[in-house]
Design a protein around this ligand. Structure first.
Ligand code: ADP
Length: 254
């Protein structure tokens, strides 16, 4: 090896290792931020559960208010369960899903099941939920694909108005499958459209809490889509609604 080549190789190795350690530092920073957020998000419902329980324990609550206190304890603990499930889901995704199998699946069938499981929630919110499209086979993780569609539809229902609608559509092309979830709900302001995919980011924290949100749904969607080498496209306008399109390339075996 010539001297020039030797020096060149050493320099490029040094740059590569610097880039690696930069990426490692960034990953470390994100992990720390995530841990701090998780602790904060878990502490809030836990504090109110503890507060209500303490009042009940002290015997200071009037008999007619006991039911209401019990309901608050119940709903806050349900919130914690949802949150812990979402956190576990994300950490499972972070680990790379090595324990589950990838197979050829029909995106339309998966979407139909996800829609069916949300019918009651949609009816409760006075929102219509429908699916159109055609069979489309891709190679992927059926549970994750179902999670993607479920989360997107649930958001379409939660961030909507009574008599609103959520439409799911599956389109099949020779080289790709396209999932579209469209709603005519409250929409997302343009300056926050990138941020909604961040962990724990919510446009309106109190509204999200009211409708049972954790701020993790879209980050799970983003992560699960990346595992499938898919691409997400979001179009939204406040008061008009939101359309999220995900394209899955066929023949992609990540
Ligand atoms: P959450 O559990 O709060 O619903 P997500 O990660 O699923 O969390 O979404 C992040 C935020 O993006 C939500 O809190 C909400 O403000 C906004 N958002 C997501 N989907 C929609 C939608 N279809 N219409 C309007 N706002 C949405």
């Amino acid at each position: 090896m010539g001297k020039k080549n030797f020096i060149y190789n050493r320099i490029s190795r040094k740059i590569a290792s610097e880039e690696r350690s930069k990426a490692q530092r960034e990953a470390e920073r994100m992990r720390q931020e995530f841990t701090a957020n998780v602790s904060h998000e878990l502490k809030t419902p836990l504090q109110s559960i503890s507060g209500y329980a303490e009042l009940l324990k002290s015997g200071m609550v009037r008999q007619e208010d006991v039911q209401q206190f019990a309901e608050r304890i119940y709903s806050e603990s349900q919130r914690m369960i949802t949150l812990v499930n979402d956190i576990l889901e994300l950490s499972h995704l972070d680990e790379g899903m090595e324990d589950i199998v990838r197979e050829d699946v029909d995106l339309y069938e998966i979407a139909k099941d996800a829609v069916a499981s949300l019918e009651e929630e949609a009816a409760g919110a006075g929102v219509s939920l429908e699916i159109t499209g055609e069979p489309s086979i891709i190679n992927g993780y059926s549970r994750l694909l179902s999670l993607i569609i479920y989360n997107l539809c649930e958001n379409g229902i939660k961030y909507n108005n009574p008599r609103g609608s959520v439409k799911v559509d599956i389109n099949d092309f020779a080289d790709r499958s396209v999932l579209t979830v469209n709603d005519n709900g409250i929409g997302i302001p343009i300056d926050q459209q990138e941020r909604v995919f961040e962990r724990f980011y919510r446009v309106d924290k109190s509204h999200s809490k009211e409708v049972g949100g954790t701020g993790l749904g879209l980050s799970i969607v983003k992560h699960a889509t990346a595992i499938h080498n898919g691409e997400i496209h979001l179009v939204s306008a406040p008061k008009y609604g939101t359309t999220i399109t995900i394209t899955f390339r066929k023949g992609d075996k990540a």
